[in-house]
Design a protein around this ligand. Structure first.
Ligand code: AMP
Length: 220
């Protein structure tokens, strides 16, 4: 089973992707996390991506495929994939279809987590993240010692969660990523809209049900 989580920055894709990947035993493909890891390891690819990420711009498609190539093994492809933050352009979506088709595989479900812009901006500028396990916090949920309640890691602000960069990221999303909705919507039974303004658990339940009702291809 291959699932795409679509949604604007701040829609909650990362939080939900982690929970869904665990629940359905899928390999998690979070391209933003892959780039941040590459950057903290100071790899050439991470340093190239940084120029774009810190401006709130999308990283060029060829670098995105490079990071995916570097991070995914054949086992991951065979196990089933959960995409978080990828694809983000029409060209990425088309290439992903081609890559899957070459392995007699396909996308089984596209789940679009929808959240109004006013909530997105508020969530992004107020969010804190564990530098170790990526768990997300806001000022209400943040432990007073600024340590992650799950792993003890240090909580930090993402460099691209400033008000100016958030605006730019939302513009990039609307211009380059939203057209993907139309691309997938036309396909029978693939696309489902989920209300992302509900609680984390309520959103998870809806996503879980959508995944459970997804027909997984038979293993041969
Ligand atoms: P995210 O953690 O998903 O919000 O991604 C953080 C940043 O990484 C984005 O603002 C982009 O600069 C870059 N990025 C992540 N995934 C992609 C992608 N699929 N295509 C282009 N840029 C990406």
């Amino acid at each position: 089973m291959n699932i795409i989580l679509l949604g604007a920055p701040g829609a909650g894709k990362g939080t939900q992707a982690k929970k869904l990947a665990e629940r359905f035993n899928l390999s998690l493909v979070g391209t933003g996390d892959m780039f941040r890891r590459a950057l903290s390891n100071k790899t050439p690819l991470g340093l190239k991506a940084k120029e774009y990420m810190n401006k709130g711009a999308l990283v060029p498609d060829e670098l995105v495929f490079e990071i995916i190539q570097d991070n995914l093994s054949q086992d991951d492809w065979e196990r089933g994939l959960l995409f978080d933050g990828f694809p983000r352009t029409l060209a990425q979506a088309e290439k992903l279809d081609t890559m899957l088709a070459e392995q007699n595989n396909k996308i089984d479900r596209v789940l679009y987590i929808e959240v109004p812009d006013s909530i997105l901006i508020d969530r992004l500028v107020n969010r804190w993240m564990c530098g170790n396990c990526n768990k997300i916090y806001n000022p209400e949920t943040m432990p007073s010692d600024r340590r992650c309640s799950a792993c003890g890691g240090e909580l930090t602000k993402r460099a691209d969660d400033t008000p100016e960069t958030v605006q730019k990221r939302l513009i990039e999303y609307k211009e380059k990523t939203e057209p993907i909705i139309t691309y997938y919507k036309g396909r029978n039974g693939l696309f489902e809209r989920i209300d992302g303004s509900l609680t984390i658990q309520q959103v998870f339940e809806r996503l879980r049900k959508a995944c459970e009702s997804t027909h997984a291809p038979q293993q041969t």
